[in-house]
Write a protein that binds this ligand. Structure first.
Ligand code: XBP
Ligand code: MG
Length: 251
């Protein structure tokens, strides 16, 4: 019998970059192409990009790098700097979108099966990401097909949640739109910033790290797994309920 005072899992909330797919190599190549096209002489290698990923959001990452390169950059709030960052990021987004449409990025193992299983079992599905909407569309349209958005009840992204992870805004807005409390949802993330954002919103969180994030601190994660390949909905249900503090008299 269902314990109404201890409701089960009702929704899965997915991060995109690094979680649904290993996108960061494609993001990195796109940043470098944008820098080259603008003749900036900037080039990010993988070691540098791994460190820069600590700053969530492409625009924020560009600005952070620029400020580190030119500490005297005065015009941080000014139109000159802002316009340049916007232009670079728009260029980078176009390059990334094209690469993804050409099949440069595949979903990580187990992701599509878990989405299909969750949907079949009546769980709600949502996306909570710092990336731009066109990037989500390019990835999921290519990987799942034109009806990809039918799977997702809620999508929150850079266009709706300007405060980037580790700020919990994107998760709080996702929960609000789902109309669910955090304790009946599960977040799936790949990075420390993502984990911090999700847990700050009260969400139990499973982490599947990748090459760019495997060195992060995942203290507070419900589980840290190499991928979603062997994960079942039944396991996610069990882990979610087990994550709750036990109530007096409940054992
Ligand atoms: C991912 C990001 C993104 C991408 C770049 O963070 O930080 O910024 O690297 O995408 P998360 P944009 O997976 O935690 O959401 O350039 O579109 O920002
Ligand atoms: Mg991520």
């Amino acid at each position: 019998m269902t314990d109404v005072s201890n409701p089960g899992l009702q929704a899965l909330i997915f991060d995109v970059d690094g979680t649904l797919a290993d996108t960061e190599h494609a993001h990195l190549a796109a940043f470098n192409q944008a820098f080259a096209r603008e003749g900036l002489g900037w080039h990010w290698d993988e070691a540098l990009y791994t460190r820069l990923l600590e700053v969530s959001g492409g625009k924020e990452r560009i600005l952070h790098y620029w400020r580190a390169l030119e500490p005297e950059l005065k015009d941080i709030g000014g139109a000159g700097v802002r316009d340049t960052v916007e232009r670079l990021h728009a260029l980078k987004t176009a390059v990334y979108e094209e690469a993804v449409q050409q099949g440069a990025v595949k979903l990580r193992p187990g992701v599509l099966r878990l989405i299909e299983d969750a949907s079949r079992e009546g769980l709600a599905l949502a996306i909570a990401t710092t990336t731009s909407p066109v990037n989500i569309m390019a990835l999921l349209r290519t990987a799942i097909g034109p009806d990809w958005s039918d799977y997702f009840t809620v999508i929150e992204d850079a266009s709706t949640a300007p405060l980037k992870k580790p700020h919990p805004q994107v998760y709080l807005q996702t929960l609000k739109r789902l109309g669910l409390s955090a304790q009946v949802c599960l977040a799936i993330e790949d990075s420390a910033n993502g984990l911090k954002a999700a847990t700050a919103a009260g969400l139990p969180t499973v982490v599947t790290p990748n090459g760019f994030t495997s060195h992060h601190d995942f203290t507070g994660a419900l589980r840290v797994l190499p991928s979603l390949a062997d994960v079942t909905i039944a396991q996610l249900r069990t882990w979610t309920v087990e994550s709750r503090p036990s109530r007096p008299g409940s054992t």
